[in-house]
Design a protein around this ligand. Structure first.
Ligand SMILES: [Zn+2]
Length: 160
């Protein structure tokens, strides 16, 4: 079947930057699973998966506005090291998780001081054109319960 609204989709991906260098991939583990049409994945990728079928292999290149967002100025802030989640020892360029008013958020470390770090809270891939190489693993109809929850369930049912 072709992917449409409320399909449960399983796929493997390889993510590359503008130069073709690989950023990450899913091939070492379980494929990604999501419920189509509920913004469970990057919007441009969801669009590209519409109407694809099990076994399809394709690539899609996404500009920032369809991928991980446009880089915004003024997103730098100073955070006490002790407020970083996961008790990490920060280094420049590292992606850390900080607590904000709207929940935890990923940020990139710009500068490390004795007690504070300067971070940029743009998504680490914001402003970048990225390419996804997609391998469609499985497509099925969602159950009524999955549609109601807005996410797919594993073999053992809802585990949330
Ligand atoms: Zn559920």
């Amino acid at each position: 079947m072709k992917v449409k609204y409320n399909s449960v989709v399983k796929f493997h991906y390889r993510l590359r930057d503008e130069t073709g260098a690989e950023l990450e991939h899913s091939h070492d583990g379980e494929p990604n699973v999501y419920l189509h049409g509920h913004r469970g994945i990057t919007p441009g990728l969801e669009e590209a998966i519409t109407d694809k079928e099990e076994g399809d292999v394709f690539s899609v290149t996404l500009p920032p506005e369809k991928g991980f967002g446009v880089r915004q100025e003024g997103r730098q802030q100073r955070v006490p090291i002790k407020h970083l989640r996961g008790k990490v020892k920060p280094k420049v360029g590292m992606v850390v998780s900080i607590q904000t008013d709207s929940g935890p958020r990923q940020a990139v470390v710009l500068k490390v001081g004795k007690f504070n770090v300067d971070v940029d809270t743009n998504h680490p891939l914001a402003g970048k054109t990225v390419t996804f190489d997609i391998e469609m693993v499985a497509v099925r109809e969602a159950t009524a319960e999955e549609v109601e929850h807005g996410h797919p369930h594993g073999d053992a049912g809802c585990q949330h």
